[in-house]
Design a protein around this ligand. Structure first.
Ligand code: ZN
Length: 263
Protein backbone atom coordinates (compact mmCIF):
# COMPACT_ATOMS: atom_id res chain seq x y z
CA UNK A 1 0.00 0.00 0.00
CA UNK A 2 1.15 3.49 -0.77
CA UNK A 3 2.50 5.39 2.25
CA UNK A 4 -0.15 7.47 3.84
CA UNK A 5 1.67 10.77 3.87
CA UNK A 6 2.56 12.21 0.48
CA UNK A 7 6.02 13.78 0.55
CA UNK A 8 5.94 17.00 2.52
CA UNK A 9 2.20 17.01 2.87
CA UNK A 10 0.08 16.09 5.85
CA UNK A 11 -3.02 14.09 5.06
CA UNK A 12 -6.30 15.55 6.24
CA UNK A 13 -8.10 12.22 6.17
CA UNK A 14 -7.12 8.65 5.56
CA UNK A 15 -8.04 5.56 3.67
CA UNK A 16 -10.36 4.03 6.20
CA UNK A 17 -12.42 7.20 6.41
CA UNK A 18 -12.73 7.67 2.68
CA UNK A 19 -13.30 4.02 1.96
CA UNK A 20 -10.37 3.44 -0.34
CA UNK A 21 -6.70 2.84 0.09
CA UNK A 22 -5.25 6.27 -0.27
CA UNK A 23 -5.12 9.50 1.65
CA UNK A 24 -6.78 12.80 1.07
CA UNK A 25 -4.33 15.56 0.33
CA UNK A 26 -3.95 18.70 2.41
CA UNK A 27 -3.29 20.69 -0.79
CA UNK A 28 -1.24 23.85 -0.56
CA UNK A 29 -3.75 26.36 -1.94
CA UNK A 30 -1.15 29.06 -2.64
CA UNK A 31 0.82 26.81 -4.94
CA UNK A 32 0.69 23.04 -5.26
CA UNK A 33 3.64 21.25 -3.66
CA UNK A 34 5.88 19.20 -5.99
CA UNK A 35 4.24 15.92 -4.92
CA UNK A 36 0.80 17.42 -5.46
CA UNK A 37 1.82 18.69 -8.87
CA UNK A 38 3.04 15.25 -9.80
CA UNK A 39 -0.26 13.73 -8.69
CA UNK A 40 -2.22 16.38 -10.59
CA UNK A 41 -0.39 15.60 -13.83
CA UNK A 42 -0.77 11.84 -13.34
CA UNK A 43 -4.49 12.28 -12.71
CA UNK A 44 -5.05 14.55 -15.70
CA UNK A 45 -3.11 12.18 -17.94
CA UNK A 46 -5.21 9.25 -16.73
CA UNK A 47 -8.43 11.18 -17.38
CA UNK A 48 -7.47 12.38 -20.84
CA UNK A 49 -8.88 9.42 -22.84
CA UNK A 50 -12.16 9.58 -20.92
CA UNK A 51 -12.55 13.33 -21.43
CA UNK A 52 -11.63 13.04 -25.11
CA UNK A 53 -14.21 10.27 -25.57
CA UNK A 54 -16.90 12.23 -23.73
CA UNK A 55 -16.15 15.29 -25.86
CA UNK A 56 -16.42 13.21 -29.01
CA UNK A 57 -19.80 11.99 -27.80
CA UNK A 58 -20.78 15.60 -27.14
CA UNK A 59 -21.47 14.68 -23.52
CA UNK A 60 -18.48 16.07 -21.57
CA UNK A 61 -20.75 18.57 -19.82
CA UNK A 62 -22.86 15.71 -18.47
CA UNK A 63 -19.93 13.75 -16.99
CA UNK A 64 -20.96 11.92 -13.79
CA UNK A 65 -18.82 11.30 -10.70
CA UNK A 66 -19.01 7.58 -11.40
CA UNK A 67 -17.58 8.06 -14.88
CA UNK A 68 -14.89 10.41 -13.61
CA UNK A 69 -13.70 8.05 -10.87
CA UNK A 70 -13.91 4.87 -12.93
CA UNK A 71 -10.47 5.03 -14.64
CA UNK A 72 -8.62 6.40 -11.60
CA UNK A 73 -6.18 4.58 -9.34
CA UNK A 74 -6.94 4.96 -5.60
CA UNK A 75 -4.42 7.75 -5.03
CA UNK A 76 -5.69 9.63 -8.08
CA UNK A 77 -9.22 9.25 -6.87
CA UNK A 78 -8.17 10.55 -3.43
CA UNK A 79 -6.56 13.54 -5.12
CA UNK A 80 -9.75 14.36 -7.02
CA UNK A 81 -11.76 13.94 -3.81
CA UNK A 82 -9.46 16.43 -2.09
CA UNK A 83 -10.05 18.92 -4.89
CA UNK A 84 -13.77 18.25 -4.71
CA UNK A 85 -13.70 18.87 -0.96
CA UNK A 86 -12.09 22.31 -1.18
CA UNK A 87 -14.10 25.13 0.26
CA UNK A 88 -14.19 28.44 -1.61
CA UNK A 89 -14.72 30.30 1.67
CA UNK A 90 -11.36 29.03 2.86
CA UNK A 91 -9.85 30.57 -0.27
CA UNK A 92 -11.07 34.06 0.59
CA UNK A 93 -13.90 33.89 -1.91
CA UNK A 94 -17.46 34.64 -0.97
CA UNK A 95 -18.93 32.57 -3.77
CA UNK A 96 -22.30 31.10 -3.08
CA UNK A 97 -22.35 27.38 -2.38
CA UNK A 98 -25.14 25.78 -4.36
CA UNK A 99 -24.27 22.20 -3.50
CA UNK A 100 -23.90 19.37 -5.92
CA UNK A 101 -26.44 16.90 -4.71
CA UNK A 102 -29.22 18.13 -6.91
CA UNK A 103 -29.81 15.83 -9.83
CA UNK A 104 -29.89 17.65 -13.12
CA UNK A 105 -33.31 17.04 -14.57
CA UNK A 106 -34.85 17.81 -17.89
CA UNK A 107 -31.65 18.96 -19.55
CA UNK A 108 -32.14 19.43 -23.25
CA UNK A 109 -29.58 19.90 -26.02
CA UNK A 110 -29.19 23.44 -27.30
CA UNK A 111 -28.66 22.07 -30.81
CA UNK A 112 -26.15 22.88 -33.53
CA UNK A 113 -24.51 26.26 -33.09
CA UNK A 114 -22.07 27.78 -35.52
CA UNK A 115 -19.83 30.82 -35.42
CA UNK A 116 -17.86 32.37 -38.25
CA UNK A 117 -14.41 33.35 -37.07
CA UNK A 118 -11.73 34.72 -39.40
CA UNK A 119 -13.87 33.67 -42.34
CA UNK A 120 -14.12 30.07 -41.21
CA UNK A 121 -17.26 28.39 -39.95
CA UNK A 122 -16.88 26.50 -36.70
CA UNK A 123 -19.35 24.48 -34.66
CA UNK A 124 -19.49 25.02 -30.93
CA UNK A 125 -19.26 22.07 -28.56
CA UNK A 126 -22.66 20.56 -27.74
CA UNK A 127 -24.40 22.31 -24.85
CA UNK A 128 -27.34 21.49 -22.61
CA UNK A 129 -29.78 23.65 -20.67
CA UNK A 130 -32.79 23.01 -18.46
CA UNK A 131 -35.84 23.24 -20.70
CA UNK A 132 -37.33 26.46 -19.20
CA UNK A 133 -33.94 28.19 -19.53
CA UNK A 134 -33.56 27.13 -23.15
CA UNK A 135 -37.03 28.45 -23.87
CA UNK A 136 -36.29 31.78 -22.14
CA UNK A 137 -33.01 32.02 -24.06
CA UNK A 138 -34.77 31.44 -27.39
CA UNK A 139 -37.39 34.07 -26.60
CA UNK A 140 -34.67 36.54 -25.62
CA UNK A 141 -32.71 35.87 -28.80
CA UNK A 142 -35.78 36.44 -30.95
CA UNK A 143 -36.05 39.87 -29.36
CA UNK A 144 -32.35 40.59 -29.85
CA UNK A 145 -32.57 39.50 -33.47
CA UNK A 146 -35.49 41.89 -33.99
CA UNK A 147 -33.58 44.79 -32.40
CA UNK A 148 -30.03 44.17 -33.61
CA UNK A 149 -30.17 41.59 -36.38
CA UNK A 150 -27.76 39.57 -34.23
CA UNK A 151 -27.92 36.80 -31.67
CA UNK A 152 -25.69 35.41 -28.98
CA UNK A 153 -24.91 31.70 -28.81
CA UNK A 154 -24.47 29.41 -25.82
CA UNK A 155 -20.78 28.71 -25.48
CA UNK A 156 -21.29 27.00 -22.15
CA UNK A 157 -24.52 25.96 -20.46
CA UNK A 158 -24.93 23.15 -17.95
CA UNK A 159 -21.71 21.63 -16.62
CA UNK A 160 -21.89 18.76 -14.16
CA UNK A 161 -19.95 19.13 -10.88
CA UNK A 162 -17.74 16.21 -11.97
CA UNK A 163 -16.81 18.00 -15.18
CA UNK A 164 -16.33 21.19 -13.17
CA UNK A 165 -13.69 19.59 -10.92
CA UNK A 166 -11.93 18.29 -14.02
CA UNK A 167 -11.91 21.79 -15.52
CA UNK A 168 -10.65 23.26 -12.26
CA UNK A 169 -7.72 20.84 -12.25
CA UNK A 170 -7.09 21.40 -15.96
CA UNK A 171 -6.94 25.20 -15.60
CA UNK A 172 -4.60 25.21 -12.60
CA UNK A 173 -1.68 25.38 -15.03
CA UNK A 174 -2.94 28.75 -16.30
CA UNK A 175 -2.62 30.21 -12.82
CA UNK A 176 0.78 28.94 -11.71
CA UNK A 177 -0.85 26.00 -9.92
CA UNK A 178 -2.40 28.28 -7.34
CA UNK A 179 -5.78 26.99 -6.20
CA UNK A 180 -6.62 30.36 -4.68
CA UNK A 181 -5.95 32.22 -7.93
CA UNK A 182 -7.60 29.62 -10.17
CA UNK A 183 -10.73 29.92 -8.05
CA UNK A 184 -11.15 33.53 -9.17
CA UNK A 185 -11.63 32.26 -12.73
CA UNK A 186 -12.98 28.73 -12.45
CA UNK A 187 -15.52 27.77 -9.82
CA UNK A 188 -15.03 24.76 -7.61
CA UNK A 189 -17.64 22.00 -7.98
CA UNK A 190 -20.79 22.97 -6.13
CA UNK A 191 -20.01 26.68 -6.48
CA UNK A 192 -20.80 27.04 -10.15
CA UNK A 193 -24.04 28.38 -11.52
CA UNK A 194 -23.29 26.22 -14.55
CA UNK A 195 -23.94 23.14 -12.41
CA UNK A 196 -27.03 24.43 -10.65
CA UNK A 197 -30.17 24.36 -12.85
CA UNK A 198 -32.29 26.61 -10.55
CA UNK A 199 -29.73 29.38 -11.23
CA UNK A 200 -28.57 28.06 -14.55
CA UNK A 201 -25.77 30.12 -16.07
CA UNK A 202 -25.01 30.64 -19.73
CA UNK A 203 -21.68 31.86 -21.08
CA UNK A 204 -22.50 33.74 -24.25
CA UNK A 205 -20.39 34.02 -27.37
CA UNK A 206 -21.33 36.16 -30.33
CA UNK A 207 -21.72 34.93 -33.88
CA UNK A 208 -18.22 36.14 -34.76
CA UNK A 209 -16.70 34.07 -31.94
CA UNK A 210 -16.10 36.90 -29.47
CA UNK A 211 -16.49 35.53 -25.95
CA UNK A 212 -14.30 37.90 -23.93
CA UNK A 213 -12.42 35.02 -22.41
CA UNK A 214 -8.96 36.57 -22.62
CA UNK A 215 -10.15 40.17 -22.95
CA UNK A 216 -13.47 40.84 -21.18
CA UNK A 217 -13.53 44.36 -22.62
CA UNK A 218 -13.96 42.88 -26.12
CA UNK A 219 -17.23 41.34 -25.06
CA UNK A 220 -18.12 44.42 -23.05
CA UNK A 221 -17.80 46.53 -26.23
CA UNK A 222 -20.33 44.45 -28.19
CA UNK A 223 -23.75 45.87 -29.04
CA UNK A 224 -25.10 42.45 -28.01
CA UNK A 225 -23.72 43.05 -24.51
CA UNK A 226 -25.26 46.49 -24.28
CA UNK A 227 -28.55 44.97 -25.39
CA UNK A 228 -28.30 42.34 -22.63
CA UNK A 229 -27.70 45.03 -20.05
CA UNK A 230 -30.83 46.80 -21.15
CA UNK A 231 -33.15 43.87 -21.81
CA UNK A 232 -31.94 40.57 -20.32
CA UNK A 233 -33.82 41.17 -17.08
CA UNK A 234 -37.11 41.17 -18.98
CA UNK A 235 -36.40 37.54 -19.86
CA UNK A 236 -35.18 36.45 -16.43
CA UNK A 237 -31.43 36.69 -17.09
CA UNK A 238 -29.09 38.47 -14.69
CA UNK A 239 -25.37 39.19 -14.98
CA UNK A 240 -23.69 37.30 -12.14
CA UNK A 241 -20.24 38.89 -11.97
CA UNK A 242 -20.20 42.59 -12.76
CA UNK A 243 -17.00 44.60 -12.45
CA UNK A 244 -15.86 44.86 -8.82
CA UNK A 245 -18.37 42.28 -7.61
CA UNK A 246 -18.40 41.39 -3.93
CA UNK A 247 -17.79 37.71 -4.70
CA UNK A 248 -14.09 38.18 -5.54
CA UNK A 249 -14.82 36.70 -8.94
CA UNK A 250 -13.29 38.23 -12.05
CA UNK A 251 -15.49 40.47 -14.24
CA UNK A 252 -17.46 38.17 -16.55
CA UNK A 253 -19.67 40.17 -18.90
CA UNK A 254 -20.53 36.98 -20.84
CA UNK A 255 -21.85 35.03 -17.84
CA UNK A 256 -25.57 35.45 -17.12
CA UNK A 257 -27.81 33.27 -15.02
CA UNK A 258 -31.50 32.62 -15.19
CA UNK A 259 -33.92 33.29 -12.36
CA UNK A 260 -37.50 32.60 -13.16
CA UNK A 261 -38.66 34.86 -10.35
CA UNK A 262 -36.60 37.78 -11.70
CA UNK A 263 -39.01 38.41 -14.53
ZN1 ZN B 1 -19.78 31.09 -16.84
Amino acid sequence: MRPCIPRGVLPVACAAVLGWQACAWALNVERLEPAELEQLHATLTRLEPLITAKKQDGAANLLTWEELYQPLAPEERAFVESMRGLSADALGATSHYFGETLEAQDLVPVGVQQIVKDGAQKSLDPQFLPRPVLEAYHTMMQAMERDLGKQLLVESGYRSPAYQVYLFMFYLSNHDYSIRETNRFVALPGYSEHGYPPHQAIDFINQEGINGEDHPEEFEALPEYRWLQEHAGEFGFIMSYPRGNALNTSFEPWHWHYEQEAQ
